[in-house]
Design a protein. Structure first.
Lengths: 131, 155
């Protein structure tokens, strides 16, 4: 059970990185197009929910971890803030698709904030502060 | 049955972070490049083809280099580099990255040929772009297999 949960949790994290890659290409000047935006949105939705739910499940399943451990609470907080940033980036992506094709500056900024939060999430997972 | 939480030595944290980050970044970049190349095949758009090639050059190749380097780094820290027969999950990781390099090179050459074709004769990307995209798609699947081996620590 643990192996399956951890594997799916990491795959979900990989999906979040698919979104980071797609929006990074937009932020670096690529035109927003239908197929890549669809891949990014689905990946973020599935990956984001997957990491959160599977992560909490792992925290309950693994002896020595608890869902209220500091590093897990930090991860959950980072997750919610990243989701907030992703709303702005996603909105920018949809507007760009409907309009000129270039991601607006605000959406670019939201994307880089989201990327930084995802990196912090990964760092939290590896270092597990105050465990 | 619950599993006991594993404790790692502090000196493993940084190489492990770099390794996991580069693996996730590589997966993301591969998916991006494959999506652009599939899109180029379906739509015939040269712009999507060029973006696919650019994603390979700027995203996939640097991620692969960092992944490969960090795998040696963490393997050395964990003492696996000195073993004559390391565990299967280490071998699977090396097989996927080494095979992956061949796939990346082949896909890059195909994408470059397709870009040249669109410039020279104005041909649409067509089946060459599809072949490049399929190779990258296969590599995404292989990366997931490597993730499975690494997370389950297949012996």
């Amino acid at each position: 059970m643990y192996d399956a949960l951890l594997f799916l949790h990491v795959v979900a994290a990989a999906l979040m990185f698919v979104t980071v890659a797609v929006f990074s290409s937009y932020a670096l000047g690529a035109r927003v197009d239908g197929p890549t935006l669809a891949v990014a949105r689905v990946s973020w939705g599935v990956g984001g929910l997957g990491t959160l739910l599977l992560g909490i499940w792992l925290a309950i399943d693994v002896e020595g971890y608890d869902p209220w451990d500091t590093w897990i609470l930090i991860a959950i907080a980072l997750w919610f803030v990243a989701y907030g940033a992703s709303e702005a980036a996603d909105r920018g992506g949809r507007e760009a698709l409907a309009g000129a094709g270039a991601l607006a500056q605000q959406a670019v900024a939201a994307h880089w904030v989201r990327t930084a939060l995802v990196l912090l999430l990964l760092a939290d997972m590896i270092w597990k502060p105050w465990v | 049955m619950s599993v006991l939480a594993a404790i790692r030595p502090d000196e493993w944290e940084l190489p492990l972070f770099v390794h996991v980050l580069s693996a996730l970044a590589l997966t993301g970049a591969l998916a991006l490049a494959a999506t652009y190349l599939f899109s180029a095949w379906r739509s015939g758009e040269a712009a999507a083809l060029r973006l696919g090639l650019r994603s390979l050059l700027i995203g996939v190749i640097p991620s692969w280099i960092v992944l490969r380097g960090s795998s040696e780094w963490i393997s050395d820290k964990q003492g696996f580099a000195d073993l004559d027969s390391p565990p299967s999950w280490i071998d699977i990781g090396y097989m996927v990255t080494d095979m992956g390099l061949l796939f990346i090179i082949a896909s890059g050459v195909l994408a470059w040929l397709a870009v040249r074709g669109t410039r020279d004769g104005g041909n649409s990307p067509g089946s060459v772009a599809r072949a490049a995209a399929v190779l990258l798609g296969l590599l995404v699947v292989l990366n997931v297999v490597a993730i499975w081996a690494m997370t389950t620590k297949l012996v």
